[in-house]
Design a binder for this molecule. Sequence first.
Ligand code: ADP
Length: 409
Amino acid sequence: MPLKKFDKILVINSGSSSLKFTLFSMSSKTMLAKGLVERIGTPNANLVYQRDGEPKMTQGIAAENHGKALAMACKMLADPELGVIKSLREVNAIGHRVVHGAEEFSDSVVITEDVKASIKRCADLAPLHNPANLDGVVACETVFPNVPNVAVFDTAFHQSMPKHAFMYAIPQKFYDEYRIRKYGFHGTSHKFVMLAAAEHLKKPVEELSLITCHLGNGSSIAAIKGGKVLDTSMGMTPLAGLIMGTRCGDIDPAIIFFLARKGLSVDEIDNALNKRSGLMGINGIDSGDMRDTVNAAAQGKAAAENALNMFGHRTAFYIGGYYSLLGGADAIIFTGGIGENSAPARRAILSRLEALGCKLDEAKNKAIMGTAGAITTDTSKLPAVVIPTNEELMIARETFRVLSETVKK
Ligand code: ADP
């Protein structure tokens, strides 16, 4: 397969009111430009645009829907002065982030009418995300009529989980009728750092056991053995698992009935657990941001200190469990805004894992911000390594792989 055939790959991450785009050249292994249109459908829509290595620029645009937003983004990409391509005909393929593939998709796929219908069906499980992702697909079909589109699902990588890990111990009929089970999210990021970790550790993926921690506003952790997910912390929805920016993670489910009986509506409880909980709920400064939490803790604010300890405790709890289920691990991998940048958050986790032979190197931990490298001592039995994630690049690679395989068939 000549590389040129799918050289320029556009990656689209379409949300309900925003559309992010990144253009890659696969042959030169470079990101050419990226940007986003935000506040789609409002009079204040903006286009943010950045060529690789250059400053960001922002301009107000008219973007009443996703089609218009994409058209404006494309106009910029092919602009004679500010663009990076001469014509839109240079775009060979488009990769789309799709949040939920349910049990229908365990790999990335070329988008057909059937695939679109399946993504629509999966919207039952991701009512805010999948329809917005589909809006991006439809916009691309209009602007790029003969260019193949590929869907890359957040859930697909986790489909390798065994049944005893993905089932909930609730009546079987809920699974049979509604497909209520653990799906897991951030799969594209977990897969990207798994592949990068294999390179970093100089060991094939098939021989590796890893615990990958994607810690950002949303956080999840995965136990991966031989390239397959053994378990992951998010569940049927991204509310489960770790303590996040504003999401509660694991709680006793009976809290929900208790609050309902106290008179809170379902929507109020939903809002409290998704938008007012996590760090924001407990750190005493009403912020879901880890930097703010760490700063407040450093100033001696007890609630923020407790929030940092809760975050470390919960994450370490998962790592300990996964370490045991994996039968030991080659490394813990940290990624995401917090995992890549926050030395205090990493310390709050790793200081609780000494029993596994994990020895934090304070100097390395402080020095690593947004770059790859070990943060444990050279003699640490269980190394911890920071690897910056790149979900857009992973989507471009998946798009290239799936299309190349299709052409070969
Ligand atoms: P999202 O899940 O929205 O993609 P990110 O991966 O960007 O989120 O992570 C956002 C989190 O990362 C915030 O809690 C923020 O405080 C934290 N973060 C980002 N940069 C830094 C930094 N330099 N130091 C500490 N924390 C950081």
